[in-house]
Each structure stands twice: as structure tokens, then as C-alpha cells.
Design a protein around this ligand. Structure first.
Ligand SMILES: [Zn+2]
Length: 257
């Protein structure tokens, strides 16, 4: 079988690994960060292939796996790594997408605020509930890199799923994130899907997502129904700035979580 993985060295010690099974319209992006003592893999892709073997061709350091959220397209290879971190809030979501149950005891919980020292670089865990209750993003403050997976979308953001928080709660989390990265004008975002690579993902993108979330909550913006009529993935789509499709359901704006 042909390997679904390809990789690109973004800067010394930072790889973007794309998992794109044959025939898929777009891929899922993972990131490998290598320090002097350890390496740190962000997410585990959607293919059931030899991810650990592929990672071993890129680094000879011991690899810890951090899962940003419990969706099946970011977790498929997680059983191949010894030390796995993920918010326990997403364990029920993960289990609903897997036939074999993953036990919370096999995963090290992330609450946000943890700092991983991989040698030379430090990676900080920042909780950003919204897309899922346990979503986290990973910040390299020194190099101004923010690995966001699905937590801010990729021009398109899915906030319409049953596991998503209310838009009201999400807007509050976005305000906290903006404060947390205040002044980092060179901040560069690395999302979890490659569908909108031409966008300039920086501080302005975070502002656009936050502003749109607030406009949806205040009623200033109302989305238009998506072409997708599925009860699960369909909804309303709103746009603002670089956010071309903020998908949500009207009943989930308030009072959910
Ligand atoms: Zn997701």
C-alpha cells in the first residue's frame, strides 16, 4: 500500500506532515516539532497506516503525541505511540468514532497551561474549547507559532456538530486567546487541514473568527443555510474577513455549554 503521508520541513525542527489518502479531496495536517532532547507530534491523522514508522524516518528522538481534539480524522494513529496527551473532556467523542474503546487512563489529561520542554524550545498548551469541549492549541511563544488544528478552522470552521460548545462560550474563549497572544504580531497559525493554504493565518485571522462569533451572538450576523442538508454537518454559514464559512446551528448560539 502506498503511504498516505508526505512531509515538508517548514523551518529547522518543524515538519508539516500531510495525511491524504488516495482520492481524498484534501488532507489532514499534523506537525512534528523536534528539540534537542525530545520530539513532539501534534495529532495522528485519519489513515490507519504506519504513522510511527513514518515519523521515525524524520526524527530519532523519543516522540510524545499530543492530540488537539478527539475527532477521528486527527486520532487514527494514536495507538502507535507510548505517551499520548489529550484533554479527557474529548474521550467520549473519541470513543463514539472508534470501535475499540480508548480508556481515559491510557491518555494523559491536558487542562491547558502545561508547558513541554523538548530542549531548545518550549511548547505551551492553551485550552480553546469550541469545536470540541476539550480542544487545545499549542503555542511556541519564542518562535511565534500557534498550532491550531480545527480549533479555529481553516477558513471554514465547524461549530455545528453535536459536540461543539455554544457560540457564546466559544466567543469568550477566543477573547481569552487573543489576550494570551497579545503583542505577538508575527504570530503564524498552523491549522489541521490543507484546504485553504492561500490564507494568511496570523493574528488578524483570530480577530476575524472572534469578531464573527460575537456578531452571530449579538444577532448582527445571521448565516445562510448550507448546501449540506445533513442533520449533523449541515447548518448556517456566516462569513467575515478571512473566515469564509463559520458553520453553526441557530439553536446552539446560547445556553449549551
Ligand atoms: Zn475536528
Amino acid at each position: 500500500m502506498k503511504s498516505p503521508y508526505t512531509s515538508q520541513l517548514l523551518m529547522p525542527g518543524v515538519w508539516q506532515i500531510t495525511d491524504k489518502p488516495e482520492g481524498a479531496a484534501f488532507g489532514v495536517d499534523m506537525y512534528l516539532l523536534e528539540g534537542t532532547t525530545r520530539a513532539f507530534l501534534i495529532d495522528a491523522g485519519e489513515s490507519k497506516a504506519d504513522l510511527a514508522g513514518y515519523i521515525a524516518t524524520l526524527t530519532d528522538k523519543p516522540v510524545d503525541l499530543v492530540i488537539t481534539h478527539g475527532h477521528g480524522d486527527h486520532t487514527a494513529g494514536m495507538g502507535q505511540f507510548e505517551r499520548v496527551y489529550m484533554s479527557h473532556k474529548d474521550v467520549p467523542i473519541l470513543n463514539s468514532m472508534f470501535r475499540t474503546k480508548v480508556k481515559a487512563s491510557e491518555i494523559i489529561d491536558l487542562k491547558g497551561g502545561e508547558v513541554f520542554d523538548i530542549g531548545t524550545y518550549k511548547i505551551e498548551v492553551v485550552a480553546l474549547p469550541g469545536h470540541t469541549p476539550g480542544s487545545v492549541v499549542l503555542l511556541d511563544r519564542e518562535r511565534q507559532l500557534l498550532f491550531t488544528s480545527d480549533a479555529l478552522g481553516t477558513g471554514v470552521l465547524w461549530m455545528q456538530l453535536p459536540c461543539c460548545t455554544s457560540i457564546e462560550a466559544y466567543a469568550e474563549e477566543l477573547r481569552k486567546l487573543e489576550k494570551h497572544v497579545e503583542g505577538m504580531d508575527g504570530l503564524r497559525l498552523y491549522p489541521g487541514h490543507d484546504c485553504q493554504k492561500n490564507l494568511n493565518f496570523g493574528m488578524q485571522y483570530i480577530r476575524d473568527v472572534r469578531t464573527l462569533a460575537e456578531k452571530i451572538v449579538s444577532g448582527e450576523v445571521t448565516g445562510t443555510p448550507t448546501e449540506d442538508k445533513s442533520k449533523i454537518t449541515g447548518g448556517l454559514s456566516a462569513s467575515y474577513g478571512q473566515m469564509i464559512g463559520f458553520i453553526y446551528k441557530a439553536e446552539n448560539i446560547y445556553n449549551k455549554r
